[in-house]
Design a protein around this ligand. Sequence first.
Ligand code: CA
Length: 532
Amino acid sequence: MKEQIQERPGAWRLLLGSVLIFCTQAGLVAASEFSFTLADTVNCGGASAAEPGELLVRFVSRDTAPVTCPDLTGPRTARAVREAICGQVLAGTSVHQQYDGVVPGLTLVHLPQGTSVTDAMTRFAACGDVLYAEPNYRYKLHKVPNDPNYPKQWDMDNTGQSGGKKGADIRAPEAWDIHTGVKGFLIAILDTGVDTTHPDLALNLWMNQQEMFGKPNVDDDGNGQADDFYGWDFIGNKSDPVDDVYHGTYVAGIIGAFANNMMGIAGVNWTISMITCKVADKDGVKLDAAVAAVQYATACGAKVINASWGGPQYSKSLKDAIEAAGKKGVLFVASAGNGSVNNDKVPVYPASYDCDNIISVMATDANDQIAWPSNYGPKTVDVAEPGLNVLSTTPMKETESMTKDGVTAQYGALTGTSVAAPHVSGVAALLWSKSPFLSVYHVKHILMQTADKVVPGLCLSHGRVNAANALKAVPTGQLGRVLNTREPNNFYTSIQSAIDAAQDGDTLIAEGKAGSNTMFLEQIDFKGKAIP
Ligand code: CA
């Protein structure tokens, strides 16, 4: 079940001097449970290998001696205890990395050469000191081959230039009239790396000042990595997250290509700080790298994580990591996958995990129709965004993968839910950098409630995210203003008048001027409506 947002009926969150926000339980519709079978894996077309010789194991955290080795005495580090358990379970196994910063007990274990991953997994899973054990999966990047001659950014402003429908876009120009982003708003891109030399991206990449002016080989800012100037390469375990594919550089351009610089393209955010986390190479995303990157991005203070990849393999490690990030207020935006299948029946992870802080994204074309390769899911996909023949940045020099896939250097067009997800990440960043006090759930609600309902029945919100409407639905600090995110252009002067006009399932936001200690002193009658 997708969990609903827990708001106690009548429990109003009063933020004196800032805003008062309340949401209905119906804002997030519950999804029915789905089953996952081997047949689904085959249908999905996303089956990919796991790393040989590696296992992700979550050990039980306890103060007493492990049940596997009860004689273990003396003060020992968690690593030493885990090494001892590993030795008991399967001789020759060793601890390689620990991810306690995001999921307590989670550990990457190296197996002795020639060990079957399935066999080792069975042994670890049977151990009383282990919560779960799973293969170190590989996930696919959610892009598909493309028409290379695509000229304009129809996704931002569709004037029918591609033969598409005028207005079938994210409403970027109207949104940019309101807000264009903030330098210092942190968004993490978990992908193939980013070309830091791209002139359209360089200024909007996060530059870690504490490390740049810090000591060499020291983790000056305490985020777990030393000398991480732009981010981290979790594949090569090194500081320079170079994009040797092209996918990450493309995603970065959608979220935050520097605008107004007389060149190239404009990102959804004209100014932003993008943290590069390399979790994938040309063979796809490594699960352990993704888990490590979620831990790192959260430690860096990122508010949004973009994941334009996935696969049929359910990983408890990744789900636990995403949930833990959610508890720290991080929104995880994931692409629904490219297989033209219903994710309600054929889930794609991480998009299909039942986590409140995940927003699952399908793709539309220039006519506001579902893009041909996109998955969908009336109960498990949240929103849609453009994802067919969309222009963005690519590495300055052609990589092997670009030659193979026919992607041009510097700028190129791509198709798939890989393209759609960073649009949503970008709009979430716009919203959040304008109104930093919004919670992860409010950001998700606003994106869903203000979407243009162009894909009815294909996702929970039935719609393509509308950046302008989403921005209009966030509080601006005007005194005594109440708005309903369903109709972001209408304002009410009292909470009761907004309730009177609202329908079941609406989200109302009552705001007071920042710093003015505004209070709404009203007797409220919900009149039986589904608004807490
Ligand atoms: Ca650091």
